[in-house]
Design a protein around this ligand. Structure first.
Ligand code: R5P
Length: 294
C-alpha cells in the first residue's frame, strides 16, 4: 500500500502513512495561469493499492478535480486499486431533489470519481449514510464522534450532556453520550430553504447548571450552533461547547458562535482549521488496515 497525500490533506495523509508504516508518494500540484489544476505523482505506485488522502472542503470544486486528476494519474501508473480517503465529502448534503429542477449532486460527484479511476472510497461522518449505497463503487463512512467525545472526556467532561442540534444527528449525540457517560437529547431544527435561516423549537432538557456539548457533523455558517446555544443558555446551561467533525466555519461562523456564548469549538483535521484539535489519522488508518485485510 502507498499513500498519496493530496494537496488538501498533506499533513493528515503523512500522519496516516506513519501510523501504517507505509510509504508516501508526494503529489506535486499547481494552478495554471487560467486557474486550471495540474498534478503530478513524484514516485511510483505501480502494482500497489494506492490511497489518495484528499478532503474536499472549500474550495470544493478545485479539490474534487485534484482528487479526480490524482486518481487518473494513479491508474495510468498502474496502481492496482485506487482508494479515495475523503474525510469531508463535498456535495453530500444535496442528496435528493429538494426543489424541482435540482440535481442529486452527490450522485453526480460519485460517478465523476468512478470515471476518473476511484475504485473505493472511505469518508468520515457523511451527512446521510444511505447515499453511499448509490455510489458506483464500494463506499464506507466511519464515525469520528467517539474520538471527539473522548477528547472531552479526557479533559474532565465526564457526564456532560450531549446535544444533537437536529433530529438527524440524534445517533451522533447517542454515540457521544456512550463515551461521556452522560445523557443526550436532540432539537427539532428548521432551515428556510430560500434564506438559510435556522430556527429550533423550544424543548426542555435537564441542563440547568451543567456543561453541554453540542455535537454535529458539520459547522458551516454556524447558524445551527448559534440557535442551539441560545436555547441552551435560556435553559440555564452552565457552559456550552461545540464539537463537530467537519469545521467548515464559513465566513464569520467562528465569531458568531463565540458571540453566542459558546466557550469552545472543537473540530477534527478533516478540515484543517484553528479548531482542528482532534486528528482523524488513527481512525482512517484503522479503516485502511481493515480494507487491506479484506
Ligand atoms: C445539517 O443538517 C448538518 O448536520 C449541520 O447541522 C449543518 O450543515 C450546519 O450548518 P450551519 O453551520 O450553516 O448551520
Amino acid at each position: 500500500m502507498k499513500i498519496l497525500p493530496g494537496p488538501a490533506s498533506k499533513e493528515l495523509g503523512e500522519k496516516i502513512a506513519q501510523l501504517l508504516g507505509v510509504q508516501t508518494v508526494p503529489v506535486f500540484f499547481k494552478n495554471f495561469p487560467d486557474g486550471e489544476s495540474y498534478v503530478r505523482l513524484e514516485g511510483t505506485v505501480e502494482g500497489e493499492t494506492t490511497v489518495i488522502v484528499q478532503t474536499t472542503s472549500p474550495p470544493q470544486d478545485t479539490r474534487l478535480i485534484q482528487l479526480a486528476l490524482i486518481a487518473d494519474a494513479a491508474k495510468r501508473n498502474n496502481a492496482v486499486k485506487v482508494v479515495a480517503a475523503v474525510p469531508y465529502l463535498a456535495y453530500a448534503r444535496q442528496d435528493k431533489v429538494f426543489l424541482k429542477g435540482e440535481p442529486i449532486s452527490i450522485e453526480a460527484v460519485a460517478r465523476m470519481l468512478k470515471a476518473a479511476g476511484v475504485d473505493s472510497l472511505i469518508t468520515v461522518n457523511v451527512h446521510q449514510q444511505n447515499i453511499l449505497a448509490k455510489f458506483p463503487f464500494q463506499a464506507k463512512s466511519i464515525s469520528a464522534i467517539p474520538l471527539l467525545a473522548e477528547h472531552f472526556r479526557q479533559r474532565g467532561f465526564k457526564e456532560a450532556f450531549a446535544l444533537a442540534p437536529d433530529k438527524g444527528a440524534i445517533s451522533i449525540a447517542e454515540e457521544a453520550a456512550k463515551v461521556l457517560g452522560g445523557d443526550f437529547g436532540y432539537l427539532e431544527k428548521h432551515r428556510d430553504r430560500y434564506t438559510g435561516r435556522v430556527t429550533v423549537e423550544k424543548r426542555e432538557f435537564a441542563v440547568k447548571g451543567r456543561a453541554v456539548i453540542i455535537f454535529d457533523d458539520i459547522i458551516s455558517t454556524g447558524g445551527t450552533i448559534v440557535a442551539a446555544a441560545n436555547l441552551l443558555h435560556e435553559l440555564g446551561a452552565a457552559k456550552v461547547y461545540a464539537a463537530c467533525v467537519h469545521p467548515l466555519l464559513v465566513g464569520e461562523a467562528e465569531r458568531r458562535i463565540r458571540e453566542a456564548g459558546v466557550a469552545e469549538i472543537v473540530g477534527t483535521d478533516s478540515v484543517p482549521s484553528p479548531v482542528s484539535k482532534v486528528s482523524l489519522a488513527p481512525l482512517i488508518a484503522q479503516a485502511l488496515r481493515e480494507l487491506q485485510s479484506g
